[in-house]
Design a protein around this ligand. Structure first.
Ligand SMILES: NC(=O)c1ccc[n+]([C@@H]2O[C@H](COP(=O)([O-])OP(=O)(O)OC[C@H]3O[C@@H](n4cnc5c(N)ncnc54)[C@H](O)[C@@H]3O)[C@@H](O)[C@H]2O)c1
Length: 350
C-alpha cells in the first residue's frame, strides 16, 4: 500500500483487498460497472462481500455523457446516498472518467474508489484525478480534477481483456519506458514472452513501476500548471490525432505507439534525437506485435493537431524524445511544427 498526498485529498494505492475492505467499512458503497463486464463485477462482489449496491452503465466511450451522469445522480438521490458514502468505478478508463466526474459533483463531492480492470486504466486513467465526459462529439469537453480515496489494482482482472485492449495498455507502458525509464523498457523486452502470456508476476511488476512513474509526476503537478505533467504527453500530440482521425477505431495506446514513432522522426528533424532511436521504436512495434497501421490521412491528422489543447499563443509544448528514457519539452511555433508533420517522409519511415 502506498499513499499519494495532494492539497486537499489523499489517495491509497493498493493491490491488497484488505485495504479496500477497510476503506469501505462503515459506508454505503455503490459499484458502477461497464455493461460488458457486469459478470466480472458480480463475481467480484460475490467473492468479496463488500458492496451494498450495483449499477451498470453503457460500455466504453458510449458512457461518457451527461445522460450517464444524470442516471447515476438520480440513483444516488433516490437511494439516499450521502457524501461520505462511496461511489466505486469498476472498469476501464471510460468508467472511471464518468464515475469520477459524478462523484466530484454529487453533493459537492462524495467518496470515490477506483477498481481499474483494463491495463490502460490500471497504469494511467485511474491515477492523477483527471476525469471527463464528452459533449457534442468532443472528448473530455467537461471534467474536473478529483482524487479518488483509493485505487485497488488486481492484475488478474486482465486475463479476460481482449488482445487489442491489452496491447493498448502495453502501448502506454512502453511510453513510460521510452520517455522516462530505460530500465522498465529493458525489463519489458527481456520478459516479452511472459508479457504475452499475461504472467501475473511480470504484469504486477510492470504495472507497479508504471503506476509509480505516473504517481511521481502527478504529485509534482496535480493540475497541469507546472509543465511537469507534459512529459506524459510523449507520443500523444501525433497519437491523439491518429486516434481521432480514425474515428476512435484505433485504440488509444496503439495510436500512441505510432505517435511516438512519428514524433521520434520529428525529434531527429529538430536535431534532438539520433536515427537509431526510431529504429528501436520500430523494433519494439514488431517485437510486441502491434497491429500494422497501413495508411494515415495526413490532412485529417494536421486538422486535429491544429486543434490540440496544448497549443497556446501560436506555440506548442512538444515533449520530444531525445534518447531511451530521456525527454525534453520544447516550445515550438505551430506553423514550424506542422510544416515538419506535413513531410510525408516521416510517415513513410514505418
Ligand atoms: N482521466 C485520465 O487520466 C485518462 C487517462 C487515459 C485515458 N482516459 C480515458 O479512458 C478511456 C479509455 O479507457 P480504456 O482504454 O480503459 O477503455 P474502456 O474503459 O473504454 O474499456 C474498453 C473495453 O474493455 C472492456 N473491459 C474492461 N475491463 C475488462 C476486463 N477485465 N475484461 C474484459 N473486458 C474488459 C470494457 O467493457 C470495454 O468494452 C478513454 O475515454 C480515455 O479518454 C482517461
Amino acid at each position: 500500500m502506498e499513499e499519494l498526498t495532494f492539497n486537499d485529498r489523499k489517495t491509497i494505492m493498493t493491490s491488497d483487498i484488505k485495504d479496500l475492505r477497510n476503506f469501505l467499512e462503515g459506508r454505503k458503497s455503490i459499484l458502477i460497472t461497464q455493461r460488458y463486464i457486469s459478470n466480472l463485477a458480480k463475481k467480484f462482489i460475490a467473492e468479496n462481500l463488500l458492496i451494498s449496491e450495483f449499477f451498470d452503465i453503457e460500455d466504453g466511450e458510449e458512457a461518457k455523457n451527461l445522460g450517464t451522469v444524470m442516471s447515476i445522480v438520480d440513483y444516488l438521490g433516490k437511494n439516499n446516498i450521502g457524501r461520505f458514502d462511496c461511489l466505486i468505478s469498476f472498469g476501464g478508463g471510460s468508467a472511471s472518467d464518468v464515475v469520477g466526474f459524478t462523484a466530484s459533483i454529487y453533493k459537492r463531492g462524495m467518496e470515490l474508489a477506483i477498481i481499474p480492470t483494463t491495463l490502460l486504466s490500471m497504469i494511467d486513467a485511474s491515477i492523477g484525478g483527471k476525469n471527463g465526459i464528452d459533449i457534442g462529439g468532443t472528448k473530455n469537453q467537461i471534467g474536473t480534477f478529483y482524487q479518488p480515496g483509493i485505487v485497488y489494482s488486481n492484475v488478474n482482472f486482465l486475463k479476460s481483456l481482449s488482445e487489442i485492449e491489452y496491447k493498448s495498455g502495453l502501448g502506454e507502458i512502453i511510453k513510460y519506458g521510452l520517455s522516462t525509464d530505460r530500465n522498465l523498457l529493458s525489463f519489458m523486452i527481456n520478459h516479452i514472452r511472459e508479457i504475452e502470456a499475461r504472467d501475473e508476476k511480470v504484469l504486477k511488476s510492470i504495472v507497479t513501476r508504471s503506476q509509480k512513474i505516473k504517481m511521481g509526476i502527478v504529485k509534482e503537478d496535480e493540475r497541469e500548471t507546472e509543465g511537469i505533467r507534459e512529459v506524459l504527453n510523449v507520443g500523444h500530440t501525433v497519437g491523439h490525432a491518429i486516434e481521432s482521425s480514425s474515428g476512435f477505431k484505433i485504440r488509444h495506446g496503439i495510436a500512441v505507439v505510432y505517435g511516438m514513432l512519428v514524433e521520434c522522426e520529428l525529434s531527429i528533424k529538430f536535431g534532438l534525437a539520433e536515427p537509431s532511436l526510431c529504429n528501436t521504436i520500430r523494433e519494439i512495434i514488431k517485437k510486441f506485435n502491434f497491429p500494422v497501421l497501413e495508411r494515415f490521412n495526413i490532412n485529417e491528422i494536421i486538422k486535429y493537431i491544429t486543434n490540440d489543447k496544448k497549443i497556446k499563443g501560436g506555440k506548442i509544448n512538444f515533449p520530444a524524445l531525445k534518447g531511451i528514457g530521456e525527454t525534453e519539452i520544447i516550445r515550438i511555433d505551430v506553423r514550424d511544427f506542422l510544416r515538419e508533420v506535413k513531410d510525408e517522409k516521416i510517415w513513410l519511415a514505418r
